[in-house]
Design a protein around this ligand. Structure first.
Ligand SMILES: [Zn+2]
Length: 317
């Protein structure tokens, strides 16, 4: 009896040793979010992608991830085998505006605008990274058809390339904001470089539209206390969003509609894009847009420019 028990124990021990060696561990590494990180940069580092991180960590709102908190990272076994859907060539400046680094949430003086009160019956659609000659005109056509106004956060280098589309945005009653010249992560640049990115864009916009923007949206939504101080000193209002459509990373309009419609509420600022790198498409954005506008109209929610929603000036006097 005793000896059979001993045999059983030995067998069990062997099993435990074998299984710990052979069976992969699926909940593996943890990552502590650093200042300047974005879901994009983290997913690149771990050779994974944003949707995987969002799912694994049950992230409800990718805008609200704070430095210092930990993320569960996907199984290391897949680390080098899965194709990284967030890999872009150096010519593609658009890995989408994937957040995450919001500064210390206790420092309320460093204001980032994300949404308005829910008692307003208004919503703002915002489109980043344009203008271009492909998607921006299509988006403008839809906005015109439904007679709604939106906000475009423009890249200086795109404004320089497409001055006519830039003029059209203004002429059709939409607002524009500064989204830097070349879409860098501003938290990685020094003060002088940040100034250059913003002011070169400002100069280009001024030449074409005779306006100086008051609103800025830092690329990827990355900010730091230092950056916010500098932007404040430069007299900009920093605009983020409360609903990320993740349109740049969507396969079809249903994905966008599911993501956006479920979160819609008065006061929301919704993030879309109006230009994207060569190998990606914004057709789902263009297709989803009429549905979103119609749904908002049905709910009696007015679509306004983001400055109007937030009671800010769009341009400097
Ligand atoms: Zn952008």
């Amino acid at each position: 009896m005793l000896s059979s028990n001993k045999k059983l124990m030995t067998l069990l021990l062997i099993l435990i040793i074998v299984s710990s060696v052979c069976i992969p561990s699926y909940a593996s590494a943890k990552y502590t979010i650093q200042q300047g990180d974005s879901l994009f940069s983290i997913s690149n580092k771990y050779n994974t992608n944003i949707p995987t991180l969002v799912k694994l960590n049950k992230i409800k709102n990718p805008d609200m991830i704070y430095s210092g908190s930990t993320l569960e990272m996907p199984d290391t076994i897949n680390k080098n085998s899965t194709k990284n859907s967030n890999t872009y060539s150096s010519n593609d400046w658009l890995p989408g505006d994937k957040i995450v680094n919001t500064p210390n949430k206790d420092k309320k003086t460093k204001k980032i605008y994300r949404k308005a009160n829910t008692n307003t019956m208004q919503i703002a659609l915002t489109f980043d990274d344009g203008p271009d000659k492909l998607y921006t005109p299509k988006i403008l056509k839809i906005l015109k058809k439904y007679n709604v106004k939106a906000t475009f956060f423009l890249l200086g280098k795109q404004v320089q390339k497409y001055p006519q589309v830039t003029k059209q945005i203004i002429n059709e009653g939409h607002a524009i904001g500064n989204h830097t010249w070349s879409h860098p992560d501003l938290t990685k640049l020094n003060e002088e470089e940040i100034k250059e990115e913003i002011l070169a864009t400002e100069k280009e916009i001024k030449e074409i539209t005779d306006r100086t923007t008051n609103l800025i949206r830092p690329p990827y939504g990355t900010t730091s206390d230092k950056l916010l101080d500098q932007l404040k000193e430069m007299n900009y209002k920093v605009i983020h969003w409360s609903i990320d459509s993740l349109d740049w990373n969507s396969n079809n309009k249903e994905e966008i509609l599911n993501r956006v419609l479920s979160k819609l509420k008065p006061g929301s600022v919704i993030l879309f894009h109006s230009s994207i790198g060569k190998n990606k498409s914004l057709t789902p954005t263009v297709q989803a847009l009429p549905h979103i506008i119609k749904e908002l109209k049905k709910r009696n929610i007015k679509l306004v420019t983001v400055n109007k929603l937030l009671s800010l000036a769009a341009y400097k006097a």
